[in-house]
Design a protein around this ligand. Structure first.
Ligand SMILES: Nc1nc2c(c(=O)[nH]1)N[C@H]1C(S)=C(S)[C@@H](COP(=O)(O)OP(=O)(O)OC[C@H]3O[C@@H](n4cnc5c(=O)[nH]c(N)nc54)[C@H](O)[C@@H]3O)O[C@H]1N2
Ligand SMILES: Nc1nc2c(c(=O)[nH]1)N[C@H]1C(S)=C(S)[C@@H](COP(=O)(O)OP(=O)(O)OC[C@H]3O[C@@H](n4cnc5c(=O)[nH]c(N)nc54)[C@H](O)[C@@H]3O)O[C@H]1N2
Ligand code: SF4
Ligand SMILES: [Mo]
Length: 733
């Protein structure tokens, strides 16, 4: 008789982790149904999502990597030999040891991506191995807001929309309808039904913008000007929260002087938004408090302008009295459970090789010295930011060190849960760099183009096959997730297994005491007095939000806590930025102007359902729903360039060209917005095709040059790039 059981588990096909019940028979998944008793689960979210229905196919997909494999032919030839885990780990350990002896531990780099797996085991391994060279996508995803809010308010904030409390919502450069489709999107919908002001700032009339009472159709990359224009109106019209500014803000006079020149007419000239609308938005946001201000990737990918706009938005929340207020935002707390910084062992192992961090002396904030300085401040409130994410290496410096050996050789890379040939800037550079390595290892579920170029590909246990414990990297007292539904199929193993086994082979045994991920999570939860089983049944660890903590005193009549900054207040004028050698007030610069050669402005990477970054192109059902990579363009602009809907076109920048299909859309004129992450898993899984890597990959068009990146964090540019569109007919690729 077959053994059948029901397991309460979570989907992991995007970062939202919906609760489900899995039916498992003889160790195989046979059914999956949404489970309303688990966090988070919402019927309409699940109705709108196509991916969870693929769970069985995902587990059994013929293109899954099921056994460790080793390259036998030329790199990229697609010739593999299946080997055992022991052989793979022994060989990799031996090779890494040899390279370490020859070049030093910094010769090893790692690449991580979005929150696709738990990265702390990798960070622990890298700390113990002694290399600072982990590169991620933080500089253009999570880090700008995290860093800027922390140095402005003393810690990160969680923005909130509560339709009954929030009086105005501003959604800036994010489109939750496509990118999230979760409870947040449902909340936005609910809020929009209240008729209260909903302001959306986006070059495109997204589904979110369609719900807006005021859509500000901004030219890409000019957001810093708009934010300073809003501040100009709020300050000159006296619409700020005088009491909060007086008591809790530092540098208001300097700010006032600074925003003077950003009057609405000047700002209209740069952003393309009518002066009247700028005034209207400023009034709506400041007069209807609590007001919530959410931002997303559209402004995290603007090079140094990302910093200017985040600073201006942080200031705007503060002077309108929207910090640590119900319905607007709250400063998060350190977790009760073991925070990621301790899981990483970043503190226990101060390492001289941190001195080897690339660009350490040029990057002011996202570097070990920058991190240490900010941490001295956050520690005034007993808080420690995650270390490895916020000090991760600038990818462009790592790719170049692989190729040039300067300032020292980087000879090896372990890729974990990312597909850099599709998701990092400048595919051509990355391709060259990967090909130059002595040892390239990829931990993957699928045979991605990055895996195709590897020396070893190791089969990871993915969604439903491993436990989940998502935290905000230790910046908030919140964790969600749960038990795996089943044992991994074939020889797949959780990434934790790889790092622990490799660590043990390289002298790290003392630091890998717990044998499994579950054992670790058990230990991690124990300070929060919660067992792993309790956590799994709810799927959530959370404590109620708290507000106005700056007013709190230890003893009655004592000194209020204030903010963990140099001045103890919200720093409108940033003393820490001044000290680090940067501008204390936001200084946006105009994005590169289009010219005769490249007359349009490019956005590379607005999210669209049903895909997630470069994932899920293997699924026919999804491909039918969304068969082609699209380039969206305003119909008037399209007409001017003779670009009819459905035309196949080359989108070209100084970096290269990629193929898309034209779609007309209600959006800013003179702008093209292409999808990112496109490759064709059905094509040849070897050179030169590499799964159609070179056809419609948006990152062929982008450039992540260190010299052009922002100097505080290293943010590069994915949006607002000069480009042209060339019709391609008949099209051959
Ligand atoms: N041009 C442009 N580029 C961008 C962006 C953009 O907007 N425009 N956005 C950027 C942003 S914000 C992000 S976060 C990144 C996302 O980029 P990535 O994080 O690289 O995302 P994916 O392309 O989905 O690659 C994730 C890979 O991890 C694998 N995977 C899934 N689960 C596991 C697991 O448990 N273990 C292992 N080992 N592998 C697993 C999947 O099969 C997949 O191949 O892209 C960035 N790149
Ligand atoms: N379906 C799907 N969902 C995803 C992902 C996915 O790949 N696919 N990726 C996940 C990841 S890793 C992330 S980080 C999140 C990101 O999710 P979002 O924050 O929503 O990111 P995007 O969709 O890239 O961009 C949001 C909006 O920014 C606008 N924009 C572009 N340039 C500018 C600009 O210069 N100024 C302004 N104001 N707006 C601009 C775009 O038009 C777009 O509507 O989504 C997650 N969810
Ligand atoms: S893909 Fe994301 S939104 Fe869809 S069910 Fe899974 S976790 Fe939920
Ligand atoms: Mo992201």
């Amino acid at each position: 008789m077959k053994e059948e059981k029901q397991v309460r588990t979570n989907c992991r096909f995007c970062g939202y982790l919906c609760g489900h019940t899995a039916t498992v028979s003889d160790g195989r998944l046979i059914d999956i149904t949404p489970d309303n008793t688990r966090f988070p689960c919402n019927d309409s979210v699940l109705k709108g999502c196509q991916r969870w229905r693929l769970a069985q196919e995902y587990l059994e997909h013929p293109q899954r990597v099921n056994y460790p494999r080793k390259r036998v032919g030329e790199r990229g030839s697609g010739q593999w030999q299946e080997i055992s885990w022991d052989q793979a780990l022994d060989e990799i350990a031996e090779k890494l040891q040899r390279l370490k002896e020859q070049y030093g531990p910094e010769m090893l780099s790692t690449a991580i991506g979005g929150p696709n797996t738990s990265y702390w085991p990798l960070h622990r391994f890298m700390n113990l191995f002694g290399s600072p060279n982990n590169m991620g996508i933080g500089q253009i995803c999570w880090n700008p807001a995290t860093w800027i809010n922390t140095l402005t308010y003393g810690w990160t904030i969680e923005n909130e929309i509560d339709p009954s409390y929030t009086q105005c919502a501003m959604i800036w450069a994010t489109n939750p309808k496509e990118s999230d489709n979760s409870l947040f999107w449902r909340t936005v919908l609910e809020f929009s039904r209240t008729g209260k002001p909903l302001i959306v700032v986006d070059p495109c009339c997204t589904k979110t913008a369609e719900r807006a009472t005021l859509w500000l159709q901004i030219k890409p990359g000019t957001d810093g000007f708009l934010a300073l224009g809003l501040l100009h109106v709020i300050i000159t019209e006296g619409l700020y929260d005088h009491e909060f500014v007086e008591k809790w803000c530092h540098g208001f006079e300097q700010l006032k002087e600074h925003v003077f020149r950003f009057n609405p007419v000047y700002v209209e000239g740069i952003t393309g938004i009518k002066a009247d609308d700028i005034i209207k938005a400023a009034r709506l946001y400041s007069k209807n408090t609590p007001a919530s201000l959410y931002s997303g990737r559209g402004i995290d990918q603007l090079g140094s302008n990302s910093i200017a706009v985040h600073r201006a938005l942080a200031i705007m929340r503060a002077i309108t009295g929207n910090i640590d207020v119900l319905g607007a935002s709250h400063l998060a707390e350190m977790p009760d459970f073991v925070p990621e910084i301790d899981q990483e062992l970043s503190d226990s192992f101060p390492d001289l090789s941190l001195e080897k961090q690339l660009g350490k002396d040029q990057i002011l904030l996202q570097s070990y010295p920058g991190y240490e300085r900010v941490r001295e401040l956050t520690m005034r409130h007993g808080k420690r930011m995650p270390m490895r994410y916020l000090t991760s290496a600038h990818p462009n410096l790592v790719w170049k060190a692989m190729l040039s050996g300067e300032p020292y050789p980087i000879r090896s890379l372990i890729v974990s849960a990312t597909n850099p040939l599709l998701t990092q800037a400048d595919t051509q550079l990355i391709y060259q760099a990967l090909k130059s390595l002595d040892l390239l290892i990829t931990l993957e579920l699928f045979n991605t183009p990055t895996a195709m170029l590897s020396d070893y590909v190791l089969p990871s246990a993915g969604a439903f096959e491993r436990p989940l414990f998502e935290t905000k990297a230790g910046t908030a007292n919140l964790a969600y997730g749960g038990e795996q539904a089943l044992q991994p199929y074939f020889e797949r193993k959780p990434d934790f297994f790889f790092w622990r086994e490799l660590g043990k082979r390289l002298g790290q045994s003392d630091y890998w005491v717990e044998e499994t991920m579950q054992d670790n999570l058990r230990k991690c939860l124990s300070p929060a007095n919660m067992s792993w089983e309790e956590f799994c049944s709810e799927g959530l660890y959370a404590t109620p939000n708290t507000y106005q903590k700056h007013e709190a005193t230890d003893v009655p009549g004592g000194k209020p806590a204030g903010f963990a900054t140099i001045s103890g207040k919200v720093e409108l004028y940033s003393e820490i930025l001044l000290e680090l050698g940067s501008e204390p007030l936001p200084e946006p610069v105009q994005p590169l102007s289009p010219d005769a050669n490249y007359p349009l402005q490019l956005i590379t990477g607005s999210r669209t359902q049903p895909y997630n970054a470069s994932s899920f192109r293997q699924f026919e059902r999804l491909r039918k729903l969304h068969p082609q990579p699209l380039a969206k363009i305003n119909p008037n602009t399209a007409e001017r360039f003779g670009l009819q809907e459905g035309y196949e076109v080359w989108v070209e920048t100084e970096q290269g060209r990629a193929l898309f299909t034209i779609k007309h859309a209600n959006m800013c004129p003179e702008v093209v917005s292409v999808e990112y992450g496109w490759w064709y898993p059905e094509m040849e899984a070897s050179e030169p095709s590499l799964g159609g890597l070179w056809i419609s990959n948006a990152n062929i068009l982008t450039n992540g040059d260190f010299e052009k990146s922002d100097k505080l964090i290293g943010t590069w540019t994915y949006n607002g790039i000069p480009c042209r569109v060339v019709q391609c007919e008949p099209c051959q690729n």
